[in-house]
Design a protein around this ligand. Structure first.
Ligand SMILES: *[C@@H]1O[C@H](CO)[C@@H](O)[C@H](O)[C@H]1NC(C)=O
Length: 354
């Protein structure tokens, strides 16, 4: 009996190893057996009610996951990543090259193995554990940033601002009602922030420690909703102050991440200006290898930081963390402690409540 079951599954399993012989973008060739009933909807995907997203799993495993999840109606599958979305009831379709949607009702329940028949409730999924079926809590809605993680603990989460962007970020769930997505965090000086364009573009460090989220990631998050930004600045004596801007946005790389920042409030003083007090609003990003500032010299080298330098900036949170030192290269916020190095900085964003 077991043998027959294996034979029955074999053609389908073989079909999933065709990627080696077919052209990279020829989905039909790579999966010759799976579209025999027209069950794949190639070139379009669901964009609402996505419960969960998984990386680096095969299409077969993605279908399995959907089959055992109580409210799953279908999957989005992107073979090039490869990326699997578990999708609930959804009416919309959005055209997207290389994305395939398939309805789970088109597939044989045998894919789910021992969970092919289950009675799990809404919000649960079936797992087979020690010869027994169990229903465990399945997924909540897919988090776009840290703001809909409220109720959870502070820590590192995977967030998905849009269909193509996923990243690990530290979510602060304690400060001011929580829901803050951390863009930059420094406290022990273990990570160097004296980095080039590509490092700032992609992000560096570890979300569990000191890090920069990455300019492409920041742009992706900010493009979804309106955000405010807050800087928390802690001096060497442990005194904490903040600066908030209720308008904050950065453009994409083609614009050199052009900055919108305005409407300061807080008790640290406005550090988003150059030394003449002129706002950094409208400035673009500069790094030591890409000088886009308005200064005759290179601000990123002068201040030891990638930033939206004008000529240059009085809020230098990406400078060197060297407590006890002062000077242009330190991690400083001049309106607060002149050019003395701060002990800790955090830059974080949260959507503006409507
Ligand atoms: C400016 O910020 C304050 C306080 O954060 C906020 O109440 C106000 O709506 C903001 N104004 C504008 C024009 O964004």
């Amino acid at each position: 009996m077991g043998f027959i079951a294996i034979i029955g599954l074999l053609p389908r399993l073989v079909a999933f190893s065709m990627t080696d012989v077919c052209a990279k973008d020829d989905f039909e060739c790579q999966h010759p057996n799976i579209n025999q009933h027209g069950r794949l909807q190639v070139g379009r995907c669901r964009t609402t009610n996505i419960f969960h997203r998984m990386h680096s799993i095969s299409m077969l495993d993605c279908l399995k996951e959907c089959m055992v999840t109580s409210q799953c109606k279908g999957i989005n599958y992107r073979s090039h990543w490869p990326l699997c979305d578990i999708v609930g009831v959804s009416e919309d379709f959005t055209p997207e090259t290389d994305c395939v949607y398939t309805d789970i009702s088109e597939w044989s329940k045998s894919i789910a193995g021992k969970c092919r028949v289950h009675t799990c409730n809404d919000g649960e999924k079936c797992v087979f554990d020690r010869e027994k079926q169990k229903c465990i809590t399945a997924y909540g809605p897919i988090p776009r940033d840290c703001s809909n993680q409220i109720g959870k603990q502070s820590g590192v989460y995977i967030i998905h601002p849009n269909q193509h962007t996923s990243m690990a970020a530290f979510c602060d769930m304690d400060y001011e009602k929580g829901g803050w997505t951390i863009v930059q965090r420094r406290f022990d000086g273990k990570e160097s922030f004296d980095r080039d364009w590509n490092a700032y573009k992609r992000g560096f460090g570890k979300p569990s420690g000191e890090y920069w989220i990455g300019n492409d990631n920041l742009h992706a998050i900010l493009s979804e909703r309106k955000y405010k930004v807050r800087f928390i600045l802690v001096d060497v004596s442990g005194n904490s102050a903040y600066a908030e801007y209720s308008n904050f946005y950065i453009g994409n790389e083609d614009s050199n991440y052009a900055l919108s920042i305005s409407n300061y409030s807080g008790n640290a003083g406005d550090g988003a200006t150059d030394y003449t007090g002129t706002s950094l609003h409208g400035m673009v990003f500069s790094t030591k290898d890409k000088d886009n500032d308005l200064y005759e010299k290179n601000c990123a080298i002068h201040k030891c930081s990638g930033w939206w330098h004008r000529a240059c900036t009085v809020g230098n949170i990406n400078g060197k963390l060297i407590p006890g030192n002062e000077g242009e290269k330190t991690m400083h916020w001049k309106p607060l402690r002149k050019s003395f190095s701060l002990q800790e900085t955090t830059m974080m964003i949260k959507p503006i409540e409507k």
